[in-house]
Design a protein around this ligand. Structure first.
Ligand code: ADP
Ligand code: MG
Length: 356
């Protein structure tokens, strides 16, 4: 097991155009579970493939356990990969699929069988060892693919959207299993996903990427509570953070519809800013209160344990998270107030967070 570092890593595929990965620096601790999160095409797979040795960076360095691995063959990097396509050998049994990497590594037969038994126990595959992949469900196939990665006891696991072929229920279940397994094994893990909920639930830290560039790296709480910029603010959280154009006036920001939101010191008075409010950072009352902003209910989305109330304020639709018993009618006037600790400010031009 080892720590993994990316130092100013850049990769271009077509020479001239935008880099697939641009100037990426990351330092992942031994045993850490890092989730690389971002929309399709932002460079997640490319970053992972460079760590695995399937692509070489154009610039920068990649180190495993302090040693540069740039130019090393994939097989010399001692890394195990799990992809969205499980790529199990269809003609081999589950046992032989899991065994396969050990044969390649020329590990003795007794040791091999013992390791397979342990992995099968860990993943609940004991009863399936004689089946072929075609005789397994999607979830079971994915567990076999995980088993094949774990059995090698590598320095690091790289997982590229390994759950995206599973249905919603199995996905949540398997992600819990992966987290438990990773904790138990203590192997440094890179887990790539475009699903922010998956990232939030799994990660020790999340690296958020957009267009080849790292936007922010931090714990799930840090990226959720203090997004570094508007991209992160909108990408993490469901529904996303409300982002409202505003003018700074004194110690407040005035957003569309004239809503006056007290803000901490930040941008100069008069500057254009974007106010960020999580749906749970807005209090919604059905009766007027001093300083509360009237707004019209557009529609409500009941979700069982909570309700998302969509309200219209000027041209903007604002989403507010409320208790399940709060059920205002569409067209009704409600009164909004921002939680003082939940107000975030971004530079209107650059989108960067302004410290408050
Ligand atoms: P992600 O995994 O985040 O969806 P990728 O790393 O696959 O993103 O791709 C990042 C960018 O690099 C995309 O613009 C993609 O089209 C481009 N790219 C990826 N692989 C290749 C390749 N082999 N040849 C050319 N362009 C590629
Ligand atoms: Mg990808």
């Amino acid at each position: 097991m080892a720590n993994v570092e990316f130092e100013r890593v850049t990769k271009r595929f077509d020479g001239g155009g935008r880099a697939a990965v641009s100037d990426l620096s990351l330092d992942v601790a031994d045993g850490e579970l890092l989730v690389v999160l971002g929309p399709s095409g932002c460079g997640k797979t490319t970053a992972l493939r460079m760590l695995a040795g399937l692509e070489e960076p154009d610039a920068g360095d990649i180190r495993i356990g302090g040693e540069s691995v740039v130019g090393w063959e994939p097989k010399d990097r001692d890394i195990a990969l799990v992809f969205q396509q499980y790529a199990l050998y269809p003609h081999l049994s589950v046992r032989d699929n899991i065994l396969y990497p050990l044969k390649v590594q020329r590990i003795g037969k007794t040791d091999r069988m013992e390791r397979v038994r342990r992995v099968a126990d860990l993943l609940g595959l004991g009863a399936l060892l004689d089946r072929r992949p075609a005789q397994l469900s999607g979830g079971e196939q994915q567990r076999v693919a995980l088993g094949r990665a774990i059995v090698r006891q590598p320095q690091a696991f790289l997982m590229d959207e390994p759950l995206s072929n599973l249905d919603a229920k199995l996905r949540t279940q398997t992600r819990t299993e992966i987290k438990g397994l990773q904790r138990q094994l203590g192997v440094t893990t890179f887990f790539v996903t475009h699903d922010q909920a998956e990232a939030m639930t799994l990660a020790d830290r999340i690296a958020v990427m957009s267009a080849g560039e790292l936007q922010q790296i931090g714990t799930p709480d840090q990226v959720y509570d203090h997004p570094a910029n508007r991209f992160v603010a909108e990408f993490i959280g469901s529904p996303p953070m409300n982002l409202l154009p505003a003018e700074r006036v004194g110690d407040a920001a005035i957003v569309a519809g004239g809503w006056r939101i007290p803000v901490p010191v930040g941008a100069a008075s008069g500057a254009s800013v974007t106010v960020g409010l999580r749906p749970e950072a807005i209090r919604l009352a059905e009766t007027p209160a001093p300083d509360a902003q009237p707004a019209e209910v557009y529609l409500i989305e009941p979700l069982g344990s909570e309700v998302i109330v969509n309200v219209k304020l000027g041209d903007h639709l604002i989403r507010v998270r409320t208790k399940p018993e709060v059920r205002p009618e569409p067209g009704q006037t409600v009164y909004l107030a921002a939680e003082p600790g939940g107000v975030r400010l971004f530079d209107a031009a650059t989108g960067e967070a302004l410290l408050g």
